[in-house]
Structures are given as structure tokens and as C-alpha cells.
Write a protein that binds this ligand. Structure first.
Ligand code: NAI
Length: 478
């Protein structure tokens, strides 16, 4: 078997394989799916184009999809997030060598340029024998956008001219579609016809899918994996509870105990962050705009305040909102000397980095990669983590395997659901049926020594549920 691929260095494969082996032990959800479906191979015939951070945990996901019968091609959904040793190990495969790779085609390396990034995304949708992908597994919606926009522009006969309004990324994206249209004017139309469905990992991608569905432009059924309970209530909360502290420690190594920390936002991510900071002995102050979440924070024992009123008291600031301009330049100018500022929400603009850079007389000193001291004219300084981007990925390695086992088991089940039940789903966006969400949670219990109580038949009747579940109505909030 010959594998086409583009990764940093296949010599890293052995190091990657060791990490994958340890990760498998911590990903019981994915291993249970291999056990359950390894023989029946429900994904036989699926050609999955995967666009999701090429990490060690993702390697376990990829090899699970293959164990279930799928053919897979993979790219990262972020130019910085690839773990090169994981990418190498996936290409080499269990039975191959760097000289004779036997694994899965991966097109990803840490530090891609934007043109390289989009080339990689094209590669995963294009099979070498002239075939195309027939399923997409997406994180952020870029692969889905390429198929939709590519087809739209093919039908229009041209890619719209580049304008000053276009971001650098969109300009590069348009250039890619122009190039593919020159070599094959109906490429994306053909790909769109092949795709049976997409499963989407994140808020941003899900948001794009709902917009397409609303405007009637969605070309295939979509599964919103983000809003599975076993994703957002676990990855967002417990994942961040782990990786926030990890990021702050690796970046600064300051003692968190006894410090005052402001957490902006008390949604799933904010709840996890506040809990872990309190666990370290910090005094946590929450800011919120939603009265329900503000009340939750207060009842959980946190002070809830406005940033303006506490900005001069806190030692560490963490944004978790998904909103913009949450920490402004004037806030940062009013902070204590050596205050630490970081973001763990989705976008780069929660902290107004552009405004900070414009403060007259300010200077920036690199302490180490992803840790910068910004010094004001009066000599006072603050420490910014990951240039205002996601600190848990920039300063640490993101979420650990066990929590990703939940999210990726959801992804795998969503792929099986859409691939094997073609015709049962319309061109719309769906969430995982609750019994499958419960199945994913159940697969993780034994590893933690959880003994689940079983309902008796009479109890089940009393509650109006089935003994085997689902146990909660759709509107239940957990
Ligand atoms: P959420 O919607 O549950 O929580 C966000 C909270 O921020 C809400 O309660 C909202 O009322 C509050 N908020 C909004 N604007 C605010 C403002 N100006 N000031 C104070 N509070 C404000 O969302 P969730 O699930 O907690 O996710 C938050 C962000 O984190 C999203 O952008 C998500 O994509 C991202 N995320 C990041 C992860 C990571 O690994 N870094 C993992 C999971 C999610």
C-alpha cells in the first residue's frame, strides 16, 4: 500500500506511537467503539475527509474510524495545532516503517502557511484514484465551507474578485478555488454530490451550518456534535478545568493560591475555569452579562462584579465568553503591575490586543514563546499569554485524552449514524439522539470505577422512561 501524505518528519513516528498507545488507555469510549463495531465495520465504503487538530487524541480517533471500516484522509483545522509526532505515526501506521508507510494519508504540520493550510484541506477531499470524499468530519467548518463555496462559485462561473474587505485567509481561500476551477470547473459540484453528511465539532462550525440550513443552502445532512451533552458539558467544562491551570502554570509558574482571579463569563467554560482556580486556593471574581449565569456564580459562592470595579485588585484575568472587547486596552492600563491576562474562549478578540498595541509608549518584551510582557510608559507591566489567543492550546497542549474520548466517541457515532442511515436525515442540522449521548457516557464509566444503579421495571414505569433509557426529556439541561 502506498500512502500519499505531507507531514513534518516521518522519523517522529515512533515517539508518536508511544503517545498514541498511552492515549488509547485513556480513551475508553473510542476503544469500546472499536470493540463493538470492529467486526461489523459499519463505516465500510465511507471515505472520510477529516479537518480537525492533528493531535495524539485525534490519531486515536482516526485509527478508530479505520478500524470501523472507513478510508480516511486528514488535515488539521488550525495552522499551529498539529503535533508532528502524532501526524507521523498516523501516516506510518502500526505495521509500517518510515521507509514504507502503511497508515493513513495526513496533510498537516505545525506552522503551516495559509496557502499550505488550504492546499491540505483540498487534499483531504480528493482521493488519488479520481474519487472524492463522501463524508466530512469537521472542526470549525472549513472543509464544509470549501465544498459549499466552491460549488457556489462554480455554478456562478467565477470566483468573486478579491476586495479590500477580504481577510488574508479569505483571499487565500479564493485563490485556491480559482486554481481548482482552472483545472476542473466542476470539481466542487461533483464533491458536493458525493458527500452524504458532515459531523461538526465546534460552536463556530455549528453556527455556520445553522446559517446554511436557514438559508436553504445546506447541501447535505449535518450532525451538530458540539451540542451533544457528552461534548459541551464535558469538553468545555472539565477540559478547560484541566487545561486552563496547565496553561497558566507552564506559561508563568506563578503560585495561584491566595491570588485574586477574575473569570469573565460563567458558561460551561467559565464554570470549569472558576472551579479549578478556586481549587488552587485563588479568590475568584466572576463577571457576567446573563442574570441566570450571574446568579449561578453567586450561589456557587463567587463574588460577581463588573470588571471596571475590580480591575485594579486582581492578579490574573481569564476570558471565557466567546464575546469581543471583554478586556479593553483601558482595562489593561488600569491593572496591577505584572497582572497576568489570558483568553480561553474561542476568538482572538476577547482581549483587545490591537488596542493594547496602540497605547502610546507601550513596549512588548518576549519572555518566552507565547508569553509577553507589555510595559506601559509609567514602568508598570502586564503579562499576556498566547498573544490573546487560546491559552490552553498555546501555552499547554489543550484538553487531555479522557475528555476528548467523549467528544470523539460522539464524532464516531455521528459518522456511523449519518453514513448508515442515508435517506433518514434531511439537509438540516441534527444533534445526536439522546440514547447515543447516554451510550457515550456509559462507555466511560467502568474506567472510573463507576457503579451505575439500574432502574427496576416498576421504577422505570413510575418515571415514565424505559429501563434502558433515554432517562431525560429533550429539554433537560444537565
Ligand atoms: P457559554 O455560552 O456557555 O458561556 C459563555 C458565557 O459568557 C455566557 O454565560 C455569557 O453570558 C457570558 N458572556 C458573554 N459576553 C460576556 C461579557 N461581555 N462579559 C461577561 N460575560 C459574558 O459558552 P461556553 O461553552 O462556555 O464557551 C465559551 C467559549 O469558549 C466559546 O467561544 C467556545 O467556543 C470556547 N471554548 C473553548 C475551549 C478551549 O479549549 N479553549 C473549549 C470549549 C469551548
Amino acid at each position: 500500500m502506498s500512502v500519499d501524505f505531507q507531514v513534518a518528519d516521518l522519523a517522529l513516528a515512533q515517539a508518536g506511537r508511544h503517545q498514541i498507545r498511552l492515549a488509547e488507555h485513556e480513551m475508553p469510549g473510542l476503544m469500546a467503539l472499536r470493540e463493538e463495531y470492529g467486526e461489523s465495520k459499519p463505516l465500510s465504503g465511507a471515505r472520510i475527509a477529516g479537518s480537525l487538530h492533528m493531535t495524539v487524541q485525534t490519531a486515536v480517533l482516526i485509527e478508530t474510524l479505520v478500524a470501523l471500516g472507513a478510508q480516511v484522509r486528514w488535515a488539521s483545522c488550525n495552522i499551529y495545532s498539529t503535533q508532528d509526532e502524532a501526524a507521523a505515526a498516523v501516516v506510518v501506521g502500526r505495521d509500517g516503517t518510515p521507509q514504507d508507510p502503511q497508515g493513513v494519508p495526513v496533510f498537516a504540520w505545525k506552522g503551516e502557511t495559509l496557502p499550505e493550510y488550504w492546499d491540505c484541506t483540498e487534499q483531504i477531499l480528493t482521493w488519488p484514484n479520481g474519487e472524492f470524499a463522501n463524508m466530512i468530519l469537521d472542526d470549525g467548518g472549513d472543509a464544509t465551507m470549501l465544498v459549499h463555496k466552491g460549488r457556489e462559485w462554480e455554478l456562478a462561473g467565477q470566483v468573486p474578485a478579491t476586495t479590500d474587505e477580504d481577510s488574508e485567509e479569505f483571499t487565500v481561500f479564493k485563490a485556491l478555488v480559482r486554481r481548482t476551477m482552472e483545472s476542473d470547473p466542476t470539481k466542487w459540484t461533483k464533491v458536493a454530490e458525493q458527500i452524504k453528511g458532515v459531523t461538526e465539532e465546534t460552536t463556530t462550525g455549528v453556527h455556520r451550518l445553522y446559517e446554511l440550513a436557514r438559508s436553504g443552502e445546506l447541501l447535505f445532512p449535518a450532525m451538530n456534535v458540539n451540542d451533544a451533552v457528552t461534548k459541551s458539558k464535558f469538553d468545555n467544562k472539565y477540559g478547560c478545568r484541566h487545561s486552563l491551570i496547565d496553561g497558566i502554570n507552564r506559561a508563568t509558574d506563578v503560585l495561584i493560591g491566595g491570588k485574586t482571579v477574575v473569570v469573565a463569563g460563567y458558561g460551561d467554560v467559565g464554570k470549569g475555569c472558576a472551579e479549578s482556580l478556586r481549587g488552587q486556593g485563588a479568590r475568584v471574581i466572576v463577571t457576567e452579562i446573563d442574570p441566570i449565569c450571574a446568579l449561578q456564580a453567586a450561589m456557587d459562592g463567587y463574588q460577581v462584579a463588573r470588571l471596571e470595579d475590580v480591575v485594579g485588585q486582581a492578579d490574573i484575568f481569564v476570558t471565557t465568553t466567546g464575546c469581543f472587547d471583554v478586556i479593553r486596552a483601558d482595562h489593561m492600563a488600569a491593572m496591577k503591575n505584572k497582572a497576568i491576562v489570558g483568553n480561553i474562549g474561542h476568538f482572538d478578540n476577547e482581549i483587545d490586543m490591537a488596542g493594547l498595541a496602540k497605547i502610546p509608549g507601550i513596549t512588548k518584551t518576549e519572555i518566552k514563546p507565547q508569553v509577553h510582557e507589555w510595559t506601559f510608559e509609567n514602568g508598570s507591566s502586564i503579562i499576556i499569554l498566547s498573544e490573546g489567543r487560546l491559552l490552553n492550546l498555546g501555552n499547554a497542549t489543550g484538553h487531555p485524552s479522557f475528555v476528548m474520548s467523549n467528544s470523539f466517541a460522539d464524532q464516531t457515532i455521528a459518522q456511523i449514524e449519518l453514513f448508515t442511515k442515508q435517506g433518514e436525515y434531511d439537509k438540516d442540522v441534527y444533534v445526536l439522539p439522546k440514547h447515543l449521548d447516554e451510550k457515550v457516557a456509559r462507555a466511560h464509566l467502568a474506567a472510573l470505577g463507576v457503579q451505575l444503579t439500574e432502574l427496576t421495571k416498576a421504577q422505570a414505569e413510575y418515571l415514565g422512561v424505559d429501563v434502558a433509557g433515554p432517562y431525560k426529556p429533550e429539554h433537560y439541561r444537565y
